[in-house]
Design a protein around this ligand. Structure first.
Ligand code: HEC
Length: 136
């Protein structure tokens, strides 16, 4: 049985909507992550266990957060050449506990490697979003 004209029209609308959605997604990727995408990606990779976006937020069980607030990361590295590469590497491979960049400012000694939880491209996108945060 062929679809009734009515149904065909509805299907066409559905496909048009999907097309628009795909275009929207592509546009977001090209321009970097939007806030929703960044929060989702971070949550999926488990970053919020150790990081908050805002400084002064509480960590697990009301203790100080384990890693630096991402606004502080933006403040520290904003405009620095190579920061995106270096931070993407730190996220994927972990940080060196003997060469902490946050000595006395984060309660954790080092960041463990996150490559099991996030891919290279997603890590770079998330770091790009972090570096674009308003540091104030
Ligand atoms: C188990 C805790 C933990 C998790 C999970 C974690 N981090 Fe970290 N992160 C830390 C700590 C601790 C530091 C501070 C490292 C240092 O002292 O140099 C840090 C530092 C960073 C830095 C700054 C690195 C630098 O060299 O200054 C970035 C960016 C970062 N984390 C992003 C992320 C992202 C993105 C995720 C999720 C994919 C994530 N972190 C998951 C604990 C964590």
């Amino acid at each position: 049985m062929t679809p009734t004209p009515h149904l065909a029209a509805r299907m066409a609308t559905r496909f048009a909507a999907t097309g628009a959605l795909l275009l929207a997604t592509t546009a977001t990727t090209a321009a970097g992550l939007n806030d929703d995408g960044a929060h989702q990606l971070a949550a999926k990779a488990g970053c919020p266990t150790c990081h908050a976006v805002e400084r002064g937020a509480k960590g697990p069980e009301g203790l100080p957060p384990i890693g630096p607030a991402w606004r502080d990361v933006a403040l520290k590295y904003k405009g620095q050449k190579g920061a995106e590469d270096a931070l993407t590497k730190a996220v994927l491979l972990g940080s060196n506990p003997y060469d902490s960049h946050w000595k006395g400012k984060a309660s954790g000694l080092a960041m463990p490697p996150n490559a099991v939880a996030i891919g290279k491209d997603d890590a770079r996108k998330l770091v790009g979003w972090i570096l674009k945060l308003d540091p104030k």
